[in-house]
Design a protein around this ligand. Structure first.
Ligand code: MOS
Length: 723
């Protein structure tokens, strides 16, 4: 267990984020956003802005910067700013003012007068449900699916034949990632090409996208992001400031810095969609699930950039059932882009499914844990591929004992003015990995460098790299220097989908094995210190015939300063043999005030099965963060769209996230079963699983305390007022 290597630089202010990079002659860009949600730009009066003190240039769709639509459509979205006059949402970037100072650019931006040809905007998700379209477009979108038992004609028949059924509709709010670091970029051109300092989730992706947008060679673009102040899916794609700073720096011939204001982050980036989900469950009297139906609707912008894959992401993979039907619909609205956000699909999906399972437990007069254990799946319904490793029942057993679940009574208990209830829910997240390449360099001073282009946006990947590198090279972690956050490094380790540890970690193991082979070959080669003798490696040393030398000594003996190789891994065969998922049991105690109806989360426990744990300290902090996100989704977060498409609460005063006083002591426990079927590292990743199920556990606890079932998050006091 070690503290994160980036901890000290971050807390002492030494860490340099994108906007901390400064260059001689650098100028500043400020974004202008639309104030209508649907229509066309008729004119933009920019003369006053252009003449304002310190202003260098004003870019608009009438006088655009040269930016091409990237073909790669990274993450399903290819939009680049300022290229057309169509307005599809309130807060869409429509201008970019560049001046000698940030203040001058901002002041000048306020002088621009915009006129529009306005069209009626569709901004209400509820109204849009009537015109929902098939949601098979976009990343993770998928056509309807059903699995039916022999002789069963339809899911309706299966539900009708069930002894006990539950049928309910749930709603979840649109959310913003609200990372502490707003999206920003500093772009510098020189003789070799372009360097952009910009926070992201893996620098090779934006480097590729910028090369396409600027129509230059891939090799001429370098993206650097040594420190990232949070991402959560919201920094997967190249940000608007990065596109604009890069293009403006080329046009103006000087470095350009651009950063979004906090308010601009809410509309000039992308958000998690809102969802409506209808769930029908059918069971036998003994609790055996026989039918699961999950119909989902997701908000999406007019560009259909992303739909929240709740039904496909949740119900298919959670419980054993003979009959299953899932569908996904998209509701296009005049709202900002939507995208991946921490546990996309599973986070809001689990609120619906795991609330419905609790409702079924009530209908069956059954303990909710017993109901979940009865329906534990060994493979996704309708598939033969068994889970590689699943210890969910053990998570529930340990959790029930730690949390005092046996003291729960069906009606909760009363403590003075507070109604106290307990709730539980399952957590699940798919086990994934992505292609990754990692470079290892052995140095003559007996140190090693491990490098890959991915990012550590707060996840702990930098430290994980040094730990896995040290273990693979059989040397202490102090002698390993990990490097991330530069597209000039070997490509890999994208921080998304809870994959970085399994992806970059397994590539590190391959690279280490390769570099050790090379080292041994070198040592035994003609003229080498072990010329012609069979050599072996252990403990950072090369051995032959009872003699040994450190790898640094071997390199020095050969007059080499270093020895470098790369190693690559990619998902492959394993997915034809097993299904992969991480698992967890969430436990929650809430206190609801008898009169004010205030909901306080008073205790939380999460027990997780996520394969091997590389760094217990960082793992725990990742899991804590996710569980806090779950509380936030249940009680605080939600974007409110006004009729004209403006967000009513697009700042951190109105967009609520929890503060210390909202969060109790959180207990976390890990059962540790290394999953070497997924990758040699044995880890399945844990950045996302711990958010999953928390909101349902809270709603289930509120029901236990009050007898009131809340089917919409964030929960409001008024939802708990009795008529
Ligand atoms: Mo994420 S939503 O795993 O980038």
């Amino acid at each position: 267990m070690i503290a994160r290597l980036d901890a000290a630089p971050k807390v002492t202010g030494q860490a340099r984020y994108a906007v901390d990079h400064n260059f001689p002659g650098m100028v500043y860009g400020y974004l202008v956003l639309s104030t209508i949600a649907n229509g066309e730009l008729a004119a933009m009066e920019v003369a006053a802005a252009r003449e304002a003190p310190g202003v260098l240039r004003v870019y608009t769709p009438f006088e655009p910067l040269e930016l091409h639509t990237p073909i790669s459509q990274m993450l399903g979205e290819s939009w680049v700013p300022l290229q057309d006059k169509e307005i599809a949402y309130y807060g869409q970037p429509i201008g970019f003012v560049v001046a000698e100072t940030f203040e001058a650019a901002r002041d000048a931006a306020s002088l621009i007068e915009v006129s529009y040809t306005e069209r009626p905007a569709l901004t209400s998700f509820r109204d849009g449900l009537a015109t929902a379209e098939d949601g098979k477009t976009g990343p993770r979108g998928a056509p309807s699916q059903s699995v039916l038992a022999e002789g069963v004609e339809s899911i309706e028949d299966a539900l009708a034949a069930s002894e006990v059924t539950v049928d309910a509709t749930y709603e979840t709010a649109s959310q913003n990632h609200a990372a502490m670091e707003p999206h920003s970029a500093v772009a510098v051109w020189n003789a070799d090409g372009l360097t952009v300092y910009t926070g992201n989730q893996g620098s090779h992706g934006p480097a590729d996208e910028l090369a396409q947008a600027l129509n230059i060679e891939h090799s001429a673009v370098r993206v650097v992001n040594p420190y990232v102040g949070g991402a959560f899916g919201g920094k997967g794609r190249t940000s608007t400031p990065a596109f604009l700073a890069a293009a403006a720096a080329r046009d103006l011939g000087c470095p350009v810095k651009a950063a979004l204001t906090r308010e601009q982050v809410f509309t000039a980036t992308a958000n998690r969609p809102a969802t409506v989900q209808r769930i029908s469950l059918g069971a036998r009297e003994d609790g055996t699930l026989v039918a699961v139906r999950h119909d989902a609707w997701s908000s999406t912008p007019m560009s259909r950039s992303f739909i929240e894959p709740t039904s496909h992401g949740t119900s298919r993979e959670w419980y054993a059932t003979e009959n299953l039907a899932i569908s996904q619909k998209a509701v296009p609205l005049n709202i900002p882009q939507t995208t991946f956000m921490r546990a996309p699909g599973e986070a809001p999906g689990s609120f619906a499914l795991e609330s419905a399972v609790d409702e079924l437990a009530v209908a069956l007069h059954m303990d909710p844990i017993a109901l979940r254990k009865r329906n534990n799946s060994t493979a996704p319904p309708g598939e033969d591929l068994q889970w590689s490793s699943k210890h969910l029942d053990e998570c529930f057993d340990i959790g029930a004992a730690r949390f005092g679940w046996s003291q729960r009574t069906p009606g909760g208990r009363v403590d003075g003015d507070w109604l106290v209830g307990l709730g539980t829910a399952t957590a699940m997240f798919p086990g994934l990995r992505f292609p990754a390449t990692v470079g290892i360099t052995l140095r003559a001073d007996d140190t090693a460098e491990i490098a890959t282009s991915g990012a550590d946006p707060g996840t702990g990947l930098l430290t994980v790299l040094s730990l896995i590198g040290a273990e693979s090279l059989d040397i202490p972690p102090e002698r390993v220097t990990p490097q991330l956050g530069d597209s000039a490094l070997p490509p890999g380790g994208t921080s998304g989908g809870s994959t970085a540890t399994a992806s970059a970690g397994s590539a590190t193991m391959v690279a280490a094995a390769t570099v050790i082979d090379e080292l041994l070959r070198l040592a035994s080669s003609p003229g080498g210190p072990f010329d012609g003798r069979e050599a072996t490696y252990a403990d950072g040393r090369v051995f032959a015939d009872g003699e040994s030398m450190t790898f640094g000594e071997v390199l020095r003996a050969m007059d080499q300063t270093s020895l470098a190789t790369t190693g690559s891994t990619a998902p492959g065969e394993e997915r034809t043999k097993h299904s992969f998922g991480s698992w967890g049991a969430q436990f929650c105690e809430v206190r609801v005030h008898r009169l004010t109806r205030e909901i306080r989360v008073s205790r939380l426990l999460g027990v997780f099965d996520a394969g091997r744990i590389i760094n217990p300290k960082a793992a725990r902090s990742q899991l804590l963060g996710g569980m806090i996100w779950g509380v936030s989704a249940a009680l605080h977060e939600g974007l409110d769209v006004e009729e004209n498409g403006r967000f009513a609460n697009a700042d951190l005063a109105g967009y609520l996230v929890p503060v210390n006083a909202d969060i109790p002591e959180i207990d976390i426990h890990l059962v540790e079963y290394p999953d070497t079927l997924l990758s040699d590292v044995g880890a399945r990743g844990l950045g996302e699983i711990s958010i999953v199920g928390v909101a349902a556990a809270i709603a289930n606890a509120v029901y236990n305390a009050t007898g009131i079932r809340l089917r919409r998050i964030p929960m409001m006091l008024e939802d708990l007022l009795e008529d």
